[in-house]
Ligand binder design. Structure first.
Ligand code: GDP
Length: 196
């Protein structure tokens, strides 16, 4: 097993201007309930680092974590949750766009899609948008353990095709079972250019 990412919570911000500077950063984004908090916790091997929320979409702020060498990992608020008040939904787009376009230290975005249900329309819109803006993006398919083994090969093909990627370019993970977590940790370290 690779070492867990030693993430420490630093800040929760509503605006890019309120985030501390960083030498190198990666960010996680995805639809609410995609398993983002569980994944951040799994990467750090901590249970409560990013709160696994029972009311998805409640945390509408940018959460920033730091690694011992100063590089940072950002947990962006989830999109597409029906119960979020309209006013907050309207704020999501400008806040995230501003972060993605102006955060100079951002090395890559990790875009989470639910492996059990495949990419949604919103996921594909997000992917189009980041491609249009030439933001380096890695697609991570979550909840691998929820896909029946007999369906896995087909599902992997389907997710890659929907995202217009080669199958090998989608990272499949299960936060519950720990599958793919080592590979994702090394991907994050590579993107941040940290020593393993
Ligand atoms: P977030 O809203 O994207 O932060 O998603 P959460 O991490 O809060 O997870 C949403 C729900 O999916 C919770 O009920 C989690 O227990 C569940 N979940 C997250 N990751 C996995 C996984 O890898 N496997 C399974 N089976 N469930 C998961």
């Amino acid at each position: 097993m690779s070492h867990p990412l030693q993430l420490s919570f630093v800040a929760s911000a509503k605006r890019l201007a309120d985030l501390p500077p960083s030498p190198s950063e990666v960010a996680f984004v995805g639809r609410s309930n995609v398993g983002k908090s569980s994944l951040v916790n799994a990467l750090a091997n901590r249970k409560q680092l990013a709160r696994v929320s029972n009311t998805p979409g409640r945390t509408q702020s940018i959460n920033l974590f730091v690694l011992p060498d100063g590089a940072t990992v950002v947990d962006l608020p989830g999109y597409g949750y029906a119960a979020v008040p309209t006013r907050e939904k309207r704020q999501w787009g400008p806040m995230i766009e501003h972060y993605l376009l102006e955060r100079d230290c951002l090395q890559a975005l990790l875009l989470l899609v639910d492996g059990e249900i495949g990419p949604t329309k919103l996921d594909l819109q997000m992917l189009d948008w980041v491609r249009e803006h030439r933001i380096t993006t890695v697609v991570v398919a979550t909840k691998l353990d929820k896909v029946k083994p007999s369906r896995l090969a087909g599902r992997k093909q389907q997710v890659a095709a929907a995202c217009r990627l080669d199958e090998g370019d989608v990272l499949w993970v299960s936060a519950s079972k720990g599958t793919g977590i080592d590979a994702l940790r090394s991907q994050v370290r590579t993107l941040l250019a940290l020593a393993d």
